[in-house]
Design a binder for this molecule. Structure first.
Ligand code: GRF
Length: 189
């Protein structure tokens, strides 16, 4: 009788890791957590007994994006990873990553894409004065904050919102939506 192979899931983090924390709490079968720097996300994974690795990068003109991307692919391949989930991961990979993983690498962005791409999506939405923003989960491609959308959810902006209060309300949605979405994706990879 044929048994269905368990798919191997990696989560990539650079920061606080509250989305990763929610995934762990909701028992997503995470095999590996990779970071591009020391961060709380790595500590959370280690506390949960998940295998981790930090692949430190340089910043500025010396950063070899292509070489770093190849190193990352090598690490993920050596662990036989099927699905790569970026959750607050701050390094933008060279195109070779997306050639390799295709529709097996996702990202989450705190705005309703294609609005407010980039590192300051929450601040930009607030400054622009839109009344609704939200979150987008999409397949990652070689274009920043682009790629086919998998799931989206709106979050209203309140009159007295600051970047901190708004981002936290967006993250409350993200913690549920990303976990649900990854669970569905795991069935398809
Ligand atoms: C999320 O808002 C996500 O959309 C963005 O980075 C944030 C990650 O939050 N890409 P955390 O580090 O998991 O708390």
């Amino acid at each position: 009788m044929e048994t269905k192979q368990m798919k191997k899931l990696a989560v990539l983090v650079s920061g606080v890791g509250s989305l990763l924390e929610a995934m762990i709490r909701d028992n997503l079968p995470i095999d590996f957590v990779l970071a591009d720097r020391s961060c709380r996300g790595i500590d959370i994974a280690q506390t949960a007994g998940i295998e981790t690795e930090i692949l430190p990068r340089t910043f500025g003109k010396t950063f070899d994006r292509y070489g770093y991307t190849l190193e990352t692919i090598k690490v993920l391949k050596s662990r036989h990873i099927d699905l790569v989930i970026m959750a607050g991961y701050m390094t933008f990979f060279a195109p070779v990553m997306f050639k390799h993983f295709g529709k097996r690498i996702t990202n989450i962005h705190p705005s309703l894409l294609p609005a407010f791409k980039g590192d300051h999506a929450v601040r930009d939405a607030l400054e622009f004065g839109v009344k609704i923003t939200g979150t987008t989960i999409h397949y990652a491609t070689e274009e920043l904050d682009n790629g086919p959308i998998i799931a989206q959810e709106a979050v209203p902006i309140l009159d007295n919102d600051t970047v901190e209060t708004l981002w936290e309300r967006i993250k409350v949605v993200e913690r549920r939506l990303y976990t649900e979405t990854v669970r569905k994706l795991l069935k398809d990879v």
